[in-house]
Design a protein around this ligand. Structure first.
Ligand code: ADP
Ligand code: ZN
Length: 729
C-alpha cells in the first residue's frame, strides 16, 4: 500500500503540478497528513509549503479548508490552482452575497478541493454552520506564526482557530510557517493542542544568499552604486513607508534604473501591472513596502535591499528569502541605523503593553544582529533555532577583518551570573548583576550579595550584552522556550565552567556614525557629512584648496567650502560635469577653480584603482524649489529684497537664508542694486576686505571682528553673498 501511495503521489505531482520530484520533506509531510495525523511544517519561504497541503487536498475526498491571513495571497493561490485545473475557491470579505452563495453551493456539492478562508470569515456564525454540514478533509493553517503573540505578525483572530475547528469535528490539522523561533513554535503547538504533531522542520540555511549590513550613511548614493554594479539584474528594495517607496522609486528612475513602486496604497490594477512588469523584466527593480509580493515568485531576484532597517529578524529573513530562489546568486543588503530602531519603537507606542514589549524585543534582536560581527548566517540560523557549528565564510562578517578579544574570563563570569541567579533571568538583568548595578530588581532578589555581583563593573553594559549574545550563538547558553527572554546554561556551558579553555569573541560593529544620518532628515541640498569620505584624498584636496587660495589671493573657503571637498572625497568627480554636481559647486566655480581639483582626483583614482563616481552621482529628484527660481528671477529684475520677502510671505532673515543657500550651491547673484541703496561704499569695502582675509566665512566671527555695535548681521550677510558671488562663484 505504501508503494502504491508513493506512486500515486508522484503521478499526481506530475499530472497536476508538472513536477517530477518532491522537494525536501514534501512527500513525508503529505504522507503524514494523508494518514490523518496532525502535522507541523516549518520551511523557509520558497521551499514549497503550499504543495504540502494542496496535493493531499486534491487526493482526499471532500474539501480541505485553508486558513490564510492575506486576501491578496489567497486570490493568487486560488488563481494558480484554477489554472492547473484544480477547483479551489475562497471565502472572504471581498465577495458579494451572490458569490458567497455560489461558493457554499459548490462546497456542499463536493466540487471544491480547497476552500481558502480568512480567519475573520471563519469566525462568522453562518460560515461555521455551513462548514459543519460540509465534508471537510482536513484543515491547513498557513502562516501559522500569526497565532503567537511572540512572533512578528501576531493576529488575535488566529487564536480562535482551534476552537472553531473543534466545532467542525475531529479534523486533522496541518500548520505551516516560514518563520518560527523555538519560542513561537512551542506557542503555536500549544495553542493548536498539537504538541504531539509530527514536526517537519527544514533547514533555514539558504547557502546561496550573501548577507551584508551597511551603515545607513549616504544611503542613496550607496543604493544607486550597488544597483548599477548589478546592472540588468532583478532586485527588490524594501522601504518602511509608502512615501519612501515612491521617493526611492523616483530617485532610481531619475538615475536611469528602471523601477516601479509597489505598495498597498496603489490601485490593485496598478499593483498587478507593476508586478507583471517586474516578472516580465520590463523593469529591473521593484521598490516595495514589506507587505509586497506575498504572492510573487520570481526565481531570479538577484538582490534584496532593505533601505530601512526592518522591524524584526523574522520579517527580514522572509524578505531576503525572495532573493536567489533558483539557487543561484542572491545578495541581501540591509542599511542599518539605530535611528531607525528608535523610530520604529516610537511607532509602537500606541500598542497594548504586551504587544509593545514584544515589538521592542524583536527590535532589540534586530539591532543586536546588525551590530554584531559574528557570522550573519550563524546568527540568523540560531535565531530560528538551528545551530551552525562553523562560520559560513559567505557573509560580510565572515569576509571582513574584525577586532577579536580573548574572552575566557568574561565568559566564565557571564555563565556564573546565570548560574548564581538560578537560570531565571534575562540578558539585561544579568548585565546589571555583572556590572554591580544596584537597582530595585537586583536588590529585591538579593543579587547584590552574589559573588559574581559587580565583577564586571569595569566594562559597559553593551560589552556584556555582546558577550552574552555571542555565547548564546556559540551554545554556552540557551534561551528558555517557556519563559521569554530567560537564559539557561547548556551542557557545553557547564563543561566550560568546570574546564575552561580560551575562547575569542569579536567586538561589535560601531554604527554610531549612522546615528546622525539621515540624508532624508537633512536640509534639501545640504552636503554629505563626509562620513564615507576618503580621508587621504580629503587632506590632499584641502592642501590644494589652500594652495589655490594663496595663488589667487583668496581665502580658502572662497575656493571650495569644506563640505564640498568632503563630498569630492566621497564621490570622486573626474569631469567638469561631475564636479558641478557636488553640493556648493556651480558651473562658475568649476570654470574658475575646478581644473586642478579634477586632475588631482583623476590621478588619485587611477593610482588607487578606485571605482569612480560616474555611476553614483545622484541626480536629485527634488526639482529646484519653485521659490528658489522665483527669488533668482526677482533678483535679476532688481526687485527689492523686502518686496521679495513679502511676496514670498517669509521674513527677511529667512529670505537671506534662501539666498545664501542659492549662493552656496554655486549660483552667482548680483545684489549690488540693493546693497548700494542700503550702505555706503566704505562700509561695504570694510566688510568685503574682512571676508577677503578671514579664515572663515562664519558670521559670528565676522561680527566679533568688526564689532557688533558698528555692523548689523544683515549687512554682513549681504556682503558675504556679494563677496562669494564675485570671487567664489
Ligand atoms: P512557500 O510557500 O514555502 O514560500 P511555495 O509553496 O510558494 O513556497 O513554493 C515555491 C515555489 O516552488 C513555487 O514556484 C512552487 O511551484 C515550487 N515548487 C514547490 N514544490 C516543488 C517541487 N516539488 N518541484 C519543483 N518546484 C516546486
Ligand atoms: Zn558568515
Amino acid at each position: 500500500m505504501i508503494a502504491a501511495q508513493d506512486t500515486l503521489l508522484k503521478e499526481k505531482l506530475k499530472e497536476v503540478f508538472g513536477y517530477s520530484q518532491f522537494r525536501g520533506n514534501q512527500e513525508a509531510v503529505i504522507n503524514t497528513i494523508l494518514s490523518e495525523r496532525n502535522t507541523f511544517v516549518i520551511m523557509p519561504t520558497g521551499a514549497g509549503k503550499s504543495l504540502c497541503y494542496q496535493l493531499p487536498a486534491i487526493i482526499k475526498s471532500g474539501t480541505a479548508i485553508v486558513i490564510s491571513p492575506l486576501i491578496a495571497l489567497m486570490k493568487n493561490q486560488v488563481d494558480q490552482l484554477n489554472a492547473l485545473g484544480v477547483n479551489a475557491q475562497f471565502l472572504n470579505s471581498t465577495l458579494s452575497q451572490a458569490e458567497i452563495t455560489k461558493v457554499k453551493r459548490d462546497v456542499t456539492n463536493g466540487e471544491v478541493k480547497l476552500l481558502y478562508v480568512a480567519p475573520e470569515s471563519l469566525t462568522k456564525e453562518e460560515n461555521i454552520a455551513f462548514l459543519q454540514k460540509a465534508d471537510i478533509s482536513f484543515v491547513a493553517i498557513d502562516e501559522a506564526h500569526c497565532i503567537s503573540e511572540w512572533g512578528h505578525d501576531f493576529r488575535p483572530e488566529y487564536r480562535k482557530i482551534k476552537t472553531i475547528i473543534d466545532n467542525l469535528g475531529n479534523l486533522p490539522i496541518i500548520a505551516l510557517t516560514a518563520t518560527a523561533t523555538p519560542k513561537v513554535q512551542t506557542d503555536i503547538q500549544k495553542n493548536l493542542h498539537m504538541e504531539e504533531a509530527d514536526l517537519f522542520k527544514s533547514s533555514f540555511n539558504r547557502q546561496n544568499l550573501f548577507y551584508e549590513v551597511r551603515p545607513k550613511v549616504d544611503t542613496k548614493k550607496q543604493l544607486i552604486r550597488y544597483i548599477k554594479n548589478h546592472k540588468g539584474k532583478s532586485g527588490i528594495v524594501y522601504c518602511l513607508s509608502r512615501k519612501k517607496v515612491e521617493e526611492i522609486a523616483e530617485l532610481l528612475n531619475v538615475n536611469d534604473i528602471k523601477t516601479l513602486p509597489y505598495h498597498a496604497g496603489l490601485d490593485a490594477s496598478v499593483r498587478i501591472a507593476n508586478q507583471d512588469a517586474f516578472l516580465n523584466e520590463d523593469v529591473d527593480v521593484i521598490v516595495a513596502t514589506i507587505a509586497f509580493g506575498m504572492g510573487i515568485d520570481k526565481p531570479d531576484v538577484r538582490f534584496v535591499i532593505h533601505y530601512d532597517t526592518p522591524k524584526s529578524l523574522e520579517g527580514y529573513y522572509q524578505e531576503t528569502g525572495r532573493a536567489g530562489r533558483d539557487g543561484l546568486e542572491g545578495n541581501c543588503v540591509m542599511f542599518y541605523s539605530y535611528n531607525d530602531i528608535l523610530k520604529l519603537d516610537k511607532f509602537n507606542k500606541d500598542k497594548q503593553v504586551t504587544e509593545r514589549e514584544n515589538a521592542k524585543h524583536l527590535l532589540q534582536e534586530m539591532a543586536a544582529y546588525a551590530e554584531s560581527s559574528v557570522c550573519r548566517r550563524r546568527q540568523l540560523l540560531h535565531y530560528f533555532g538551528e545551530q551552525l557549528n562553523e562560520d559560513c565564510g559567505f557573509c560580510d562578517n565572515c569576509l571582513r577583518a574584525k577586532e577579536k578579544f580573548e574572552a575566557q574570563e568574561d565568559i566564565m563570569l557571564a555563565i556564573q551570573a546565570v548560574l548564581q541567579t538560578n537560570q531565571r533571568f534575562d540578558i539585561s538583568h544579568l548585565t546589571d548583576v555583572l556590572r554591580g548595578y544596584e537597582n530595585q530588581y537586583v536588590c529585591s532578589y538579593n543579587h547584590n550579595l552574589l559573588s559574581v555581583y559587580g565583577k564586571g563593573a569595569g566594562k559597559e553594559a553593551n560589552y556584556w550584552q555582546s558577550v552574552i549574545r555571542q555565547i548564546l550563538i556559540y551554545n554556552f547558553l540557551e534561551k528558555d522556550v517557556e519563559n521569554y527572554g530567560v537564559l539557561r546554561i547548556t551542557a557545553k556551558g557547564m563543561d566550560f565552567l568546570e574546564n575552561p579553555y580560551p575562547v575569542t569573541l569579536t567586538k561589535d560593529h560601531d554604527f554610531s556614525n549612522a546615528m546622525e544620518e539621515d540624508e532624508e532628515d537633512r536640509e534639501g541640498g545640504a552636503p554629505a557629512t563626509g562620513k564615507a569620505c576618503d580621508p587621504v584624498l580629503f587632506e590632499m584636496l584641502k592642501a590644494l584648496q589652500r594652495k589655490v587660495a594663496r595663488e589667487k589671493k583668496l581665502p580658502p573657503y572662497a575656493v571650495f567650502q569644506e563640505p564640498s571637498l568632503e563630498e569630492m572625497a566621497t564621490t570622486y568627480p573626474t569631469s567638469k560635469e561631475e564636479l558641478s554636481r557636488v553640493n556648493g559647486v556651480g558651473l562658475g566655480k568649476v570654470e574658475k577653480f575646478g581644473r586642478p581639483f579634477i586632475e588631482l582626483i583623476a590621478k588619485y583614482v587611477a593610482d588607487n584603482d578606485i571605482e569612480t563616481a560616474t555611476d553614483v552621482v545622484i541626480k536629485s529628484t527634488a526639482n529646484k524649489s519653485k521659490s528658489k527660481i522665483y527669488i533668482i528671477q526677482q533678483i535679476d529684475r532688481k526687485v527689492g529684497l523686502d518686496d521679495i520677502a513679502e511676496a514670498q510671505g517669509i521674513s527677511m532673515a529667512d529670505l537671506l537664508k534662501e539666498i545664501e543657500h542659492i549662493c552656496y550651491s554655486g549660483t552667482r547673484l548680483n545684489l549690488d542694486y540693493y546693497i548700494e541703496d542700503m550702505m555706503d561704499g566704505d562700509r561695504q569695502d570694510e566688510i568685503y576686505d574682512y571676508f577677503m582675509q578671514a579664515d572663515t566665512d562664519n558670521i559670528q566671527a565676522a561680527l566679533n571682528a568688526l564689532g557688533a555695535d558698528d555692523y548689523t548681521e544683515e549687512e554682513l550677510r549681504l556682503i558675504r553673498i556679494k563677496f562669494l558671488s564675485e570671487v567664489a562663484n
